[in-house]
Design a protein around this ligand. Sequence first.
Ligand SMILES: Cc1cc2nc3c(=O)[nH]c(=O)nc-3n(C[C@H](O)[C@H](O)[C@H](O)COP(=O)(O)O)c2cc1C
Length: 151
Amino acid sequence: MASILVLYHSQEHGNTRAMAEALASGAKMAGAAVSMFNTNEGRLDIERFRAVDAVAFGTPDYYSYLAGGLKVFLDDWHIAKQANADGLAGKPYCLFYSHGGGGAVRVPLLKLFQGIGTMVGEPVESKSMPDQAVLDACRDLGRDLAKAATK
Ligand SMILES: Cc1cc2nc3c(=O)[nH]c(=O)nc-3n(C[C@H](O)[C@H](O)[C@H](O)COP(=O)(O)O)c2cc1C
């Protein structure tokens, strides 16, 4: 069974969390074991990332950039990889983000996560609270990530 981590930041309205939950449900329906972590509630132990087959990353747009919690993850990941790269690169991953009407976070998001491995699909975005079409797109992306993780 493929293992998937949904790593996201959600703090203001729960918009990104709603996307994360839809993505997780799509991955579970495709047979993956899914764990979730909101960086608003703490700092991820990088060993949790090392242990999984694939990862979904989600963030709100904060000042046209990632939320700080996701940036801390990237810093930890880069430093840990220098010491021991096993399980820290070459994973399938996918991206999602929410915003208040700007959404310029898309550019740094695409750039900064490139080193993780192979991106699955295209980033799913939501303006404010995700509607049904966005939730469906998140579920589909979770399903596709689960499939990529089992290859
Ligand atoms: C500190 C802060 C900065 C923000 N900066 C932007 C921004 O530059 N562009 C934008 O479109 N939305 C911006 N927003 C709006 C959030 O991206 C949006 O409300 C998001 O859906 C919140 O996600 P959450 O409910 O999961 O926390 C900002 C919100 C906060 C709290």
